[in-house]
Design a protein around this ligand. Sequence first.
Ligand code: SAM
Ligand code: SF4
Length: 333
Amino acid sequence: MEQLPALIDGFNRKVDYLRMSVTDRCDFRCVYCMAEDMQFLPRQQILSLEELYQVAERFVALGTRKIRLTGGEPLVRQGIVELCGRIAALPGLRELCLTSNGSQLSRLAQPLFDAGVTRLNISLDSLDPERFRALTRTGDLAQVIAGIDAARAAGFRRTKLNAVVLKGRNDDEIVDLVRFAIERELDITFIEEMPLGVISEHQRDESYCSSDEVRARLAEHFSLIESAESSQGPARYWRLAEAPTTRVGFISPHSHNFCATCNRVRLTVEGRLLLCLGNEHSADLKQVLREHPDDPARLESAIRDAMHLKPYRHHFEVGGEVQILRFMNMTGG
Ligand code: SAM
Ligand code: SF4
């Protein structure tokens, strides 16, 4: 029987979205994402730009329509703009998105737009410079806001802000963050903290702030209209009667299970294909790439075979044991 150019997992879900971590390094050390003294991987352990391109190329040949580059901070990887240009040119790819902390966007927004990146997500957890510095440990808020503005000037539209909400740290800023998004015609998504990696800086169960709580507090200030739009992924969206161009999304891995419609897989910076963010099921694509260089058929069958490893769902729990020892920067959040 002729094989269709599509990836289907064991639960009949079509996988057409790939998130690729292009580096584990970052110029920030956000408290929920990294330890202060992170050890980064030696260069030979991470995929080269050429290897990243080859994986993207195979996925697109297998029906992937959307790729998101992430990290770590993707914009600290040398050669990222050229990589974006090559991936964006793959025939069949509809969207090349990138998730960034914004620190390099003043310089890189225009080259990325010109290279064919279609959309950006930019993380922003606080509008207070000191708090921003405390949450990111190294970040400069003014630089990030300049990056957000540079993205618009470069031509990016429907840029989305991502804010991880931590009780007692930034939950009092959610209304201001929405106002900031409205002023700049951005979307904004509030994210529940996920238990990825062992962190020492705070107790995740104490900082946990549910999406329902965030939404209830926003509803005191805005008229939220539930929207049928979904990115086929974890986010659920609301529109604001006061600002129809701004969508407010919630990613709630604890309180809303979105696994049934999951269409995505992730490539770690070490070339491990993760079939689920909340499980360790994976396939080692780096080994295939290095043992059989220039053999796209091998890579393709490794990707196809991996689909059968995709588990039905994740099981995150607040306050339980850390179930996943990977940090988010390894995974590509
Ligand atoms: N450096 C880029 C950035 O910060 O946008 C891209 C990588 S970062 C790992 C991607 C997203 O994951 C960010 O929005 C970040 O806030 C989020 N994130 C990191 N650690 C998280 C955690 N433990 N729980 C929930 N979201 C997390
Ligand atoms: Fe870096 Fe993004 Fe992790 Fe913050 S969330 S430490 S910016 S990778």
